[in-house]
Design a binder for this molecule. Structure first.
Ligand code: UQ1
Length: 492
């Protein structure tokens, strides 16, 4: 592993008789290092090897050792008041709030991505209503100017020493940590799925990744007859309504294109219910019945055989029972988890592998200087951008209180919202809390399909997201709900 470094060092000695300067230049250049070398403990070992290797070469060892030992800049050490890991919806909104309060360069955002996607748009892209280029901005455009962006990923959380190590070996020391990593998509957990998704113009697609979302509309256009199968995996997922939204959009598309009669539309969900909140599930069941969609509950996708166009499902209530289903189109939702770097840090996560926070304050149950927001948080809310929005003022005020040594007073009620797109012109706007009770904003019956809510989802929400949420001004619809509550006297 160190050979490259050694060879380069020797070269630099051979090239110049100013070894001091040359060595420190060479060893501080990161590309010479194997990126997997993430420990500071490597340095003394390397210095020792170097001095031994060059001992017989006539160079002044003390100069060498002095320069190598001063080469601790080999990996950067950063320090900040607040480290935000993840520049997604929650991380970006919180970085905006915190950096505007704490001042320039007090907040570091750690994220390796160059693009920030507005993921709620992916279902609409799948239905051909929006295009992928409408769904993102560069990370530079969305992250607050007052925060410092490190374009790198977290590989190791060390909550006992208040540090996070990055993939290039840097270390970041924080006073306060906000975990906003979001979820990891585990397409690789289903044998055959990645191979199927790699087939050009293939029959398998997925709205969950920018890599695959364009395939969805292609599949809708290409299918002429047979089985269109839609799945929901056996894991927590982000936007649990989305696997169903794309089902309804597809079914509507098939009708619009006069090919519905040739296509059987099936939704195989690992869940025991169609939707977790009864108020809205009661509205959705008549829709699937009326539209002749087959719903199989407790059915989990376990394998795809792309050569034969076969998907294999297991019966979660009787795992030995498998079903082979031939597809003309398969919309696959990958199993998801918190990122590996997080789940590896057992002190940080709960049994399900999500950040172990108090569900009211969003503060870590053990480490009082750690908070979480969004999909990686272990709070038992539905994982949506709207939840992160509603969590943001709570997390912000509680983090500031914790920084000032004050008691935490803000409480998150579990608010989540899911605009259930049921076709090309209708949405049921589900909004609910931790108790799965409706917590609705508008003074109208929201368990009905509405065009107004569709327009809100398609045209208004992206604006609200880019302009207000990511800039830290949107705190969820609680204020709006309170204001509109005066008109709710008539609502059941
Ligand atoms: C919301 O706050 C939000 O986060 C920005 C969404 O994600 C894009 C939503 O889809 C919805 C519906 C809300 C809630 C907002 C209102 C006005 C009900």
């Amino acid at each position: 592993m160190f050979c490259n470094v050694i060879i380069k060092l020797q070269k630099s000695f051979a090239l110049t008789f100013s070894p001091a300067l040359k060595i420190s230049q060479t060893v501080t250049r990161r590309p010479l290092l194997n990126p997997t070398m993430t420990s500071y403990s490597c340095l003394p070992k390397m210095a020792l090897r170097q001095s031994k290797l060059l001992a017989g070469s006539g160079f002044n060892q003390s100069i060498l050792q002095r320069n190598i030992s001063s080469s601790q800049t080999l990996f950067d050490k950063h320090e900040c008041k607040v480290l935000v890991v993840g520049g997604g919806a929650g991380g970006c909104a919180m970085a905006a709030k915190l950096s505007s309060r704490l001042g320039r360069n007090k907040v570091i955002v750690l994220d390796p991505a160059d693009k920030h996607y507005y993921q709620p748009m992916f279902t609409l892209i799948g239905g051909g209503m929006k295009r992928l280029e409408h769904s993102y901005k560069t990370m530079e455009e969305v992250l607050p100017k007052k925060a410092k962006w490190l374009r790198d990923s977290a590989v190791e959380f060390n909550p006992d020493s208040n540090t996070v190590k990055t993939s290039s070996g840097d270390s970041i020391k924080y006073d306060m940590l906000l975990i906003a990593t979001g979820l990891q998509l585990n397409y690789n957990k289903i044998p055959g799925l990645e191979a199927a998704l790699a087939i050009p113009n293939g029959k398998v697609c997925s709205i969950y990744s920018p890599k695959y979302v364009d395939r969805v509309y292609d599949c809708l256009r290409n299918i002429e007859g047979g089985n269109a199968i839609f799945t929901f995996p056996s894991s927590p997922v982000k936007c649990p309504g989305a696997p169903q939204k794309i089902l309804y959009i597809a079914e509507h598309y098939f009708r619009k294109m006069s090919k519905r009669n040739q296509i059987n539309v099936t939704y195989n969900t690992a869940l025991p219910v169609l939707f977790g909140v009864k108020h809205y599930a009661d509205a959705l069941w008549p829709i699937v019945k009326k539209r002749n969609i087959t719903v199989n509950t407790r059915r989990n996708l376990i394998e795809v055989k792309p050569e034969q166009d076969i998907a294999i499902f297991e019966n979660l209530d009787k795992p030995s029972e498998h079903f082979e289903e031939k597809y003309s189109m398969l919309h696959a939702v990958p199993p998801m988890s918190a990122p590996d770097a997080l789940t590896r840090c057992k002190q940080l996560v709960n049994e399900a592998g999500f950040v172990d926070v108090d569900k009211s304050t969003m503060q870590h149950t053990k480490y009082k200087n750690i908070f979480a927001i969004g999909d990686s948080a272990g709070s038992p809310n539905s994982k949506t951008a709207a939840s992160a929005a509603a969590q943001s003022p709570v997390v912000y005020r509680n983090m500031i209180a914790a920084l000032n040594g004050k008691p935490l007073s803000d409480v998150y009620d579990g608010y989540a919202s899911c605009p259930l797109v049921t076709g090309y012109n209708s949405v049921i706007l589900a909004e609910f809390d931790y108790d799965l009770k409706p917590l609705e904003t508008f003074p109208i019956a929201q368990n009905k399909e509405r065009y107004s809510m569709f327009i809100m989802k398609k045209d208004f929400m992206p604006l609200l997201y880019w302009k207000l949420m990511l800039t830290g001004y949107w705190n969820g619809p609680a204020l709006m709900r309170n204001m509109l509550s005066v008109f709710k006297f008539n609502k059941q």
